[in-house]
Design a protein around this ligand. Structure first.
Ligand code: HEC
Ligand code: HEC
Length: 234
């Protein structure tokens, strides 16, 4: 459409024609990524069955840990019970770094760093959902636009003494002897895993409301300090 015509439409108050739904990525490239990086453990499409990993048909809009007959890890089941649902945003985070979203997940996959490749893969996975073409429209905010965790945040050197001071607030729920009495243990984690987990609550990718609130109140330096302190606890 010419600029003059668009201008005329705008001036006359007529709506411009609807813009085509933005595509997520290239499903053909996604299919070949799936073959190389997921297929060893997952099946998708007609006749798919659970293997090492659960069936991935109909993934979008589904609760995490929701495939009947598949035995999930305890953390994945907990996340599903908390309300974690697979959307473009949560899937993107899980494929980028599975344990950032679900610490202790049994999915033994190192993650896919390239955002464009992840987008292609999700375009492929979306084609096996109930109403593939509705997904971007139904979830206008589900597109993860900001990049993953800033490497500068991961590079912050935490002060364990300051972490010890801050930790009194955490030990009302988390046991410092490393046992899990209903609330997961957070001692002796690699600091990087601890930091990405806390930021996943802070950015509300992880659904637990109490932890979202706890993490939301902490600065990047405070999170690094807590990670350093809990990493060294015996
Ligand atoms: C080495 C095997 C393995 C590979 C490779 C693997 N997965 Fe998984 N995947 C699993 C297992 C096992 C689980 C269950 C995790 C748990 O219970 O913590 C899982 C869970 C998932 C889930 C959550 C499903 C649900 O029902 O909640 C998604 C989504 C997923 N994988 C996507 C992928 C994608 C996409 C790839 C390729 C980029 C991939 N996986 C590669 C083994 C694998
Ligand atoms: C009111 C109780 C409570 C307090 C206080 C609390 N937590 Fe949590 N925390 C939880 C619960 C419950 C979970 C499991 C949440 C879930 O399923 O995502 C959790 C999960 C976590 C996890 C992820 C564990 C995993 O295996 O995925 C980390 C890391 C964590 N908390 C750190 C902290 C830190 C650091 C503090 C102090 C600043 C803190 N928590 C304070 C209850 C609490």
């Amino acid at each position: 459409m010419s600029r003059a015509l668009l201008l005329a439409l705008a001036v006359s108050g007529l709506a411009a024609p609807p813009v085509a739904a933005e595509s997520i990525g290239d499903p053909a490239r996604g299919a070949s990524l799936f073959d190389r990086q997921c297929k060893a453990c997952h099946q998708i499409g007609a006749g798919a069955v659970n293997r090492v990993g659960p069936v991935l048909t109909g993934l979008f809009g589904r609760r995490a840990g929701g495939v009947a007959g598949f035995t999930y890890s305890k953390p994945m089941t907990r996340m599903g019970n908390d309300g974690l649902t697979w959307t473009l945003q949560t899937l993107d985070a899980y494929i980028e770094n599975p344990k950032a979203l679900v610490s202790g997940t049994r999915m033994n996959y190192r993650g896919m760093a390239d955002p464009a490749a992840r987008a292609d893969l999700m375009a492929f996975l979306r084609d096996y959902s109930d109403k593939p073409r509705d997904i971007p429209e139904a979830e206008p905010t589900a597109r993860k636009t900001e990049p993953g965790l800033d490497p500068a945040i991961l590079a912050i050197e935490g002060d364990p003494e300051y972490g010890a001071y801050l930790s009194s607030e955490c030990s009302t729920c988390h046991r410092t002897d490393g046992t899990d009495a209903g609330i997961p243990s957070i001692t002796r984690w690699p600091p990087e895993d601890f930091v990405v987990a806390m930021h996943a609550y802070k950015s509300r990718l992880r659904p637990h409301p109490v932890m979202q609130m706890m993490a939301g109140r902490l600065s990047n330096d405070e999170i690094a300090a807590l990670a350093a302190y809990f990493a060294t606890l015996e």
